[in-house]
Ligand binder design. Structure first.
Ligand code: COA
Length: 265
């Protein structure tokens, strides 16, 4: 992994050129999301959104076993209904922050992504999983239901059949099945996970940032509105990219048969 250049325990932050690696850092608890971790992640994503030197974010979990094994069960055990709702809102707001990031976020799923871990991965724009990863919504085994958007995002990502199966049975599935269901974009051998993820991150770091941002907005909005409104929104965003130097550069570079250099301007 890259050199750690900053730590807001329980979240580690490492800059690798234009790529920021955010790592949930509670390996002894399989990176379970307690309130402090939710807040640290929210702060890390806020900072990454603001930082002009960051073009892509990679999100992962510390250690070899888990991406994130869910919301912190020990912390949840004694919550009152009001505290339970607040905990859900706290996680949901953080995850919305991830989903609405103005730059690509890649989940590097290095192991268990269960409950809140799958919910977090589903907020990312892309997911690359190790062949050793397991994903699921096991809340039913705890007498709970998903509380950070799992029933809603899984439904939109993988459809009703898969969502009913994963949520109602609580049984985890392996990475290959997650790929078949469209829950992850790619599965790679565990030993190649970091290299392959960084390759993809590099590719996106060299792409036109404002066009990436426009597409992320369109896809997010499109998932939440009707086709007519989504098409209108895309046309408006399409017009907007004509105001960028990157669009002039990209089209000129094509015509001049050279590689474009995008500056995010
Ligand atoms: N919340 C809090 N602590 C968790 C956790 C969670 N979601 N998941 C794992 N941990 C802790 C364990 O309590 C254990 O802590 P301890 O060593 O202090 O006892 C440590 O992480 C290691 O977990 P352990 O269960 O011993 O590892 P394992 O290899 O036997 O099993 C899992 C791995 C992922 C199958 C198992 O930890 C598990 O089922 N976790 C809960 C998954 C879940 O239900 N998530 C949804 C929560 S809403």
């Amino acid at each position: 992994m890259p050199e750690i250049t900053g730590t807001t325990s329980p979240v580690s932050i490492a800059h690798r050129g234009a790529i920021l690696v955010i790592t949930v850092n509670r390996p002894d608890k399989l990176n379970a999301l307690n309130a402090a971790t939710l807040d640290a992640l929210h702060a890390a994503f806020d900072a990454a959104a603001e930082d002009g030197s960051v073009r892509v974010v990679v999100l992962t979990g510390a250690g070899t076993k888990a991406f994130v094994a869910g919301a912190d069960i020990a912390e949840m055990n004694s919550l009152t209904p009001v505290q339970g709702r607040d905990f859900s809102l706290r996680g949901t707001r953080m995850m919305r922050r991830v989903e609405r990031m103005p730059k690509p976020v890649i989940a590097m799923v290095n192991g268990f992504a269960l409950g809140g871990g799958l919910e977090l991965a589903m907020c990312c724009h892309l997911r690359i999983a190790s062949d050793a990863a397991k994903v699921g919504q096991p809340e039913i085994n705890l007498g709970l239901i998903p509380g950070f958007g799992g029933t809603q995002r899984l439904l939109r990502l993988a459809g009703r059949a898969a969502t009913f199966e994963l949520c109602l049975t609580g049984a985890p599935i392996d990475a290959t099945r997650a790929l078949q269901l469209g829950i992850v974009n790619r599965v790679v051998p565990a030993a190649e996970l970091e290299t392959e993820t960084m390759k993809l991150a590099e590719q996106l770091a060299n792409a036109a940032p404002l066009a990436l941002r426009g597409m992320i907005d369109c896809i997010n909005i499109g998932g939440e509105c009707g086709l007519e409104e989504g098409l209108e929104y895309e046309s408006a965003q399409f017009g907007l990219v004509f105001s960028t130097q990157d669009m002039r550069e990209g089209t000129a570079a094509f015509l001049e048969r050279r590689k474009p250099v995008f500056k995010g301007e």
